[in-house]
Design a protein around this ligand. Structure first.
Ligand SMILES: [Zn+2]
Ligand SMILES: [Zn+2]
Length: 118
């Protein structure tokens, strides 16, 4: 990876890094985050200046996805069940059912008491 950067590195210039393009970058320029070179507005997109950069965009998007899933997995390892929505809901439902059952029981008892007291 570093050797690739050295090979691609060019002294800073004030024109678009696309060889055929002689557009001056004195007013508007854009530095590509994938190759660190300056381009005019026309060539600022990876698609417009380098197939390599297009591939880097794709692989970085893929890496982002991988990172996200790795984060999920490591969190699950650190705190089992914390990311498991199914378990979380089941636990919540259990509490909810318990509460409802207690309420129902209380109501029955109150009715029973009322009946006996009559
Ligand atoms: Zn680029
Ligand atoms: Zn250009």
């Amino acid at each position: 990876m570093p050797s690739e950067f050295c090979r691609d590195a060019k002294p800073p210039s004030n024109s678009c890094s696309v060889p055929k393009c002689k557009q001056s970058l004195s007013v508007l320029s854009h530095t590509c985050q994938y190759c660190n070179m300056k381009y005019c507005i026309t060539h600022r997109h990876p698609e417009a200046h380098s197939q390599k950069c297009v591939e880097k965009v794709r692989s970085s998007a893929h890496a982002g996805f991988k990172q996200e899933s790795m984060r999920f997995i490591s969190q699950e390892r650190r705190d089992p069940g914390s990311t498991n929505a199914k378990n979380f809901n089941a636990e919540k439902n259990k509490e909810e059912l318990k509460k409802r059952f207690k309420e129902k029981l209380d109501k029955i008892r109150r009715e029973e008491r009322g009946g006996k007291g009559f």
